[in-house]
Design a protein. Structure first.
Length: 696
């Protein structure tokens, strides 16, 4: 086993002018070890962060450059400090807002709370956040709705306070990049924002990439807007090249523009606390078992401190928790005193928030998480990180039109982010215990493939179309998506009636679809296991979607009882979330003029509705096939019904699936039986075009 974390070995540095950046600073920081830990006032803690020494530099670069790229180690203070510096320097004066985007909802909430705490304000006042279905910012709309509630009496006072109503009272707003994109539908130039900081830009989610492309466009119209692109692990030069390359700049050469269009690159040197990296000597075959053994070893041998384990998804997490709990029961020595907590996006807010609660004295918290905790989060007690080296990633094949969620190795950038969850408030250790150092160095790529280049682009195309970007193939992307995937997406949207013959959004369907904040390809995440178990009790011959509907109806009939959920192995918090999201969707549907009508008990309507949304995922089983094998109508791929489906072993002739998972075979999840004649009815363009033989 080797140990290393050479502070400074991989440190980013300030690039010089020839490399496309700006020479500005040469100072270096005190080493990490000089930063003590223990109690310090919040102000002192802020001043000890590496980024503090760069405060003036950052403000100067933001003032003078349209785009500033900031690279600094995990925990150096980018996310929590830079928005505050900007506010202190006046960038939120006059009702303007400083935005900071994050790829994940949990990080948005956590960072907003921390910054509010540092500023001594409540979340939702000067510091706010917005994520899908949740807006904690202080602005006009809240005042107006308050006014409407109290009607006439308050209306009299309205004139008196209307000057307040035009001001956005939130100065610093954290939000997901997806939410910022949605805001562009109402305000294409994002006029209320003075500075937009795209944080964790290395993640390159589809939303981040669309956002970067659109922000570059907005910069042409708004010389007052400033962008900050930040990350610990971003390839700064290529990001700079993207923002620097502009079409139609002829005639501007030699002209000194303020702000300068050429991006500035700033490297924040120094890190919070040391993190030692440990590797395993021999590769392991079972990373769940290896994770369990590593946790027990740390618990046995290492001093106090909480443990954060990175695994790939709910299945792995459940298996690990089961093994650890088993261990706690049988071997008192090893695992007593462990508080084991899962963390993944399908959990309720309350369940997720448990990971932030302080660890009782004499106990050790073990948080077992997906990559939801990979960036931006500070979990105070974490000293040890155990990294499986894998995550679940989407891979889309535009030729077969199949999108798989597969367990794949993470990038070096991700591994550094994971290690960076330790060492934030005291020194830490990271156990890349599940893969060898040689494997890490030689096999793991420096960066991941942008999501845009490995995903189905249906939602992405709808969003761009709704924002008036008609020439999607000519859009200025940070990394171009494969043309086949774009063409596939256009084709599907045309067949769905979302796009017209000129590839423009149809009215009203296309615009309505664009307004709904769920993609038409709804993900089935959340409480999957419990729902699988309950399915037997609620199983419907038509398939999984109708089964879910039965569960939903049962929940309502029980008066939304948690006891009922417990009895039926259903996740109560997930059901509450279902109710919440349904209510949000109902409101949106009302606002955009969709007439709602109950289907009563006619399940054919439900099945047809699913067919209308997912017709491209139709499959059939051949009459002679005994093996449970299906073929996709498009592409003739072999697929099978997942054992968790109520239709497993029932094998109706024609089905539509919601998503595919790849293990030893391609399995269809969330499957519903259909009548093939509906395919021609709901998607005639699509099926005529593909001349489907099996439909007669
Ligand atoms: N909730 C918290 N409790 C205690 N300390 C915190 C908390 N949030 C942040 N900090 C402190 O502030 C430091 C800076 O956090 P911040 O998120 O700004 O860093 P960052 O450079 O953006 O890191 P990353 O790249 O990992 O997101 C942390 O290392 C930690 O010392």
């Amino acid at each position: 086993m080797s140990q290393f974390w050479k502070p400074g070995a991989e440190k980013p540095r300030l690039l010089d002018d020839e490399e496309g950046g700006v020479v500005f600073l040469s100072s270096s920081l005190s080493s990490a070890s000089s930063i003590g830990y223990g109690y310090a006032s919040i102000e002192k803690q802020r001043q000890r962060l590496p980024v503090y020494k760069y405060r003036t530099a950052i403000l100067y670069l933001v003032e003078t450059h349209a785009t500033t790229i900031i690279v600094g180690e995990t925990g150096s203070g980018k996310t929590t400090q830079i928005p505050q510096y900007l506010k202190e320097a006046g960038w939120a004066d006059g009702g303007r807002v400083i935005a900071c985007t994050q790829p994940r909802r949990l990080a948005v909430q956590a960072v907003a709370s921390r910054v509010a705490e540092e500023m001594g304000v409540k979340v939702g006042e000067e510091v706010g956040y917005t994520i899908r279905f949740e807006d904690f910012t202080n602005k006009v709309r809240h005042l107006s709705s308050y006014l409407s509630i109290f009607g006439v009496i308050i209306f009299v006072m309205h004139a008196g306070i209307s000057s307040l109503a035009v001001q956005d009272l939130t100065a610093i707003k954290f939000l997901t990049d997806g939410v910022l994109l949605r805001e562009m539908m109402d305000d294409p130039l994002l006029t209320k924002y003075s500075v937009i900081m795209v944080d964790e830009a290395h993640e390159r989610s589809i939303s981040t990439d669309i956002l970067l492309g659109l922000l570059k466009k907005i910069q042409r119209c708004r010389s007052d807007l400033r962008l900050i692109i930040s990350s610990a692990t971003i390839e700064a030069k290529s990001m700079s090249a993207f923002f620097h390359a502009r079409k139609g700049r002829r005639g501007l050469e030699g002209v000194e523009l303020v702000p300068r269009l050429e991006p500035a690159i700033l490297s924040v040197e120094g890190r919070g606390f040391n993190v030692q990296i440990h590797y395993v000597e021999e590769p392991v075959s079972d990373y769940v078992q290896a994770a369990v053994s590593t946790v027990l070893l740390i618990h046995d041998k290492e001093p106090p401190g909480d443990i954060l384990v990175f695994l790939t998804g709910q299945d792995d997490i459940d298996a690990t928790i089961q093994l650890l709990t088993e261990e706690a029961r049988t071997s008192k020595k090893n695992s007593s005193g462990l508080i084991i907590l899962p963390l993944y996006s399908g959990l309720s807010r309350a369940e997720q928030e448990q990971v932030f609660s302080p660890t009782p004295r004499g106990k050790r918290k073990v948080v077992i998480s997906t990559n939801i905790a990979e960036t931006s989060l500070t979990l105070e007690g974490i000293v040890y990180v155990v990294d499986s080296g894998f995550s679940k990633q989407r891979f889309y094949n535009p030729i077969s039109d199949i999108e798989n969620l597969v367990v794949a190795p993470i990038s070096k950038a991700s591994a550094r982010q994971r290690a960076g969850r330790a060492g934030r408030v005291r020194p830490g250790k990271c156990y890349r215990w599940l893969y060898t150092e040689e494997y890490f160095v030689k096999e793991i790529p420096a960066e991941g493939i942008p999501e845009m280049q490995r995903s189905n682009l249906v939602s992405c195309v709808i969003q761009l179309k709704a924002l008036g970007i008609d020439n999607i193939l000519g859009f200025d992307w940070p990394a171009s998506p494969p043309p086949e995937a774009m063409i596939r997406a256009l084709e599907v949207l045309y067949s769905l009636g979302v796009l017209d013959d000129d590839a423009k959004l149809t009215s009203p369907t296309g615009f309505q679809v664009a307004e709904i904040p769920l993609s038409i390809w709804v993900s089935g995440r959340g409480a999957q296991k419990e729902l699988d178990e309950a399915k037997l009790r609620f199983a419907a011959a038509e398939g999984d979607h109708v089964t879910f509907l039965n569960i939903y109806k049962g929940f309502l009939q029980s008066c939304k009882s948690s006891h009922w959920c417990h009895k039926n192995f259903i996740n109560y918090h997930a059901m509450k979330k279902v109710i919440e999201i349904r209510e949000q969707l109902r409101r949106i549907a009302q606002r955009i003029g969709i007439v709602m009508k109950s289907c009563e008990s006619d399940m054919q309507v439900v099945r047809k509705a699913v067919t209308a949304g997912f017709f491209a995922n139709a499959c059939y089983s051949e009459a002679y096939s005994q093996s449970g094998m299906y073929k996709t109508v498009r592409g003739s791929q072999e697929v099978y019904i997942h054992p968790s489906s109520v239709l497993f072993r029932v094998n109706p002739k024609w089905v539509i699936y919601h998503s595919l998972v790849s293990t030893d075979r391609q399995y269809m999840r969330n499957v519903i039986s259909i009548d093939p004649s509906w395919l021609l009815e709901v998607a005639p363009h699509f099926y005529q075009q593909h001349r489907l033989n099996p439909i007669h």
